[in-house]
Ligand binder design. Structure first.
Ligand code: SF4
Length: 177
């Protein structure tokens, strides 16, 4: 039987959800018998591939780059999982939504900088007007809340999906089993 093609992606988040993924510890070895990680910030592959079975997406959609990436991920993925509160609700990134983008850039790149204050127009992705959850841009198949979701929960979700079942998270707490 061919292995499940798994991707993980990091949009506007703190990487804590990926740290929780790594917290699966030795269970990653068992998982590796069932899945191939074909794209992730944890491995050195630059392009999101075609025909991904499961994509775990951490973080809100906050920039034009995030916008392009989430649409590419959706188009190339069978089962898209919003992983963690930033992906599910926009959570921490949405704290900036009360402020105008120009005011944020001025605050970050001028008012709090003492050497060569300047707003970057290259390399740094342009911000959207607000940080929004993933499902406001593309269809999401599975929602996994938590900040971050526990390693137990991530393992449960992945093993259920790898076995061809929809994970039932209704009986689980935000902190694990
Ligand atoms: S849900 Fe929590 S741990 Fe995950 S990216 Fe957001 S702030 Fe970080």
């Amino acid at each position: 039987m061919s292995k499940v093609r798994l991707a993980t992606a990091w949009l506007d988040g703190c990487s804590g959800c990926h740290m929780s993924f790594l917290d699966m510890d030795e269970r990653l070895i068992y998982l590796a018998e069932q899945v191939d990680i074909v794209y992730s910030p944890l491995i050195d592959i630059k392009q999101f591939p075609e025909q991904v079975d499961i994509a775990l997406v951490e973080g809100a959609v906050s920039s034009q780059e995030d916008w392009h990436r989430i649409h590419e991920i959706r188009a190339r993925t069978k089962t898209l999982v919003s992983l963690g509160d930033c992906a599910v609700t926009a959570n921490v990134p949405s704290m900036r939504n009360a402020f105008d983008v120009d005011a944020i850039l001025k605050r970050v790149y001028h008012e709090t900088v003492s050497v060569q204050p300047q707003i970057p127009h290259e390399v740094v992705p342009a911000l959207l007007s607000r940080a929004r959850p993933v499902h406001e841009f593309v269809d999401v198949d599975i929602f996994v809340p938590g900040c971050p979701p526990s390693a137990d929960t991530i393992y449960f979700v992945l093993t259920e999906l790898a076995a061809g079942r929809a994970p039932d998270l209704s009986a689980r707490t935000r902190f694990g089993a």
